[in-house]
Design a protein around this ligand. Structure first.
Ligand code: IPE
Ligand code: IPE
Ligand code: MG
Length: 229
């Protein structure tokens, strides 16, 4: 079983457009997919599920869509945090906290994190206002602030300054909607992740799709640069 599964939840806009709906209705429909997948991961015994909810590049979208996504993510925390807490899920966030995110959303994030911080069954890590390059930049800035000398800069020193050094790297990354790219997700952490691509649009994704991806993962041979055993 992969300990850490990460998902690029893509294709909401196309899902809506195919139905003659506006793009934001696609985001709304993604809520069912997100929680069916989350509870599916919980049932399967996955220890960490990281989901890409909003990227540092998504700010370039039309203001109405950005505003919708901010409110939507706050609403998701309102609607699901207590149930997740009851199931023993710890909620964490990866991303820039003090850059552009509205105060009301930040307050809700702090609340969800605080309420669930002692939970051990699974971590739902929400990549929100997240960019892989931004994360590395933030880690390097912290190295400088910590006055780490050049000869002490190694992978361990950088990793210790990522958003969640305690979370192990993802074993697999799933991207939906038939796009074959990384889009600035977990650049450091996915160095040896197995990549799984599916044409399913995110709002149609369900736990069965997660289980199929896990099966595909289980058929892969991981080498980490070494030779087969
Ligand atoms: C993914 O769906 C959700 C976010 C990026 C917030 P998209 O909105 O990117 O949907 P498509 O890719 O345009 O279909
Ligand atoms: C990646 O999807 C970001 C999220 C799913 C939040 P995008 O739709 O933003 O990525 P591109 O633009 O297709 O690369
Ligand atoms: Mg997209």
């Amino acid at each position: 079983m992969p300990a850490h599964v990460a998902v690029v939840m893509d294709g909401n806009g196309r899902w809506a457009q195919r139905r003659g709906l506006v793009r934001t209705e696609g985001h709304g429909a993604g809520e069912v997919a997100l929680f069916d997948t989350t509870y599916g991961a919980l049932a399967a015994g996955v220890k960490t599920l990281t989901v890409y909810a909003f990227s540092t590049e998504n700010w370039t979208r039309p203001i109405d869509e950005v505003r919708y996504l901010m409110n939507f993510n706050r609403g998701i925390l309102d609607r699901h945090t207590e149930d997740l807490h009851a199931e023993g899920v710890r909620i964490t966030f990866s991303g820039r906290r003090n850059w552009r995110v509205p105060k009301g959303v930040l307050a809700k994030m702090d609340w969800a994190e605080e309420l669930t911080k002692k939970n051990k069954r699974m971590t739902l890590n929400i990549a929100f206002n997240y960019g892989g390059r931004a994360e590395i930049v933030d880690a390097v800035a912290q190295l400088v602030r910590d006055k780490v000398s050049a000869d002490k800069v190694d992978e361990k020193a950088i990793r210790a300054r990522l958003y969640h050094p305690e979370i192990p790297d993802p074993d697999m990354v799933i991207r939906t909607s038939g796009e074959y790219r990384i889009s600035n997700f977990l650049l450091w952490e996915m160095a040896y992740a197995e990549l799984i691509f599916t044409d399913v649009l995110w709002p149609d994704f369900r736990r069965e799709d997660l289980f199929a991806a896990i099966e595909e993962f289980q058929g892969r041979e991981r080498r980490f640069g070494g030779l087969d055993k």
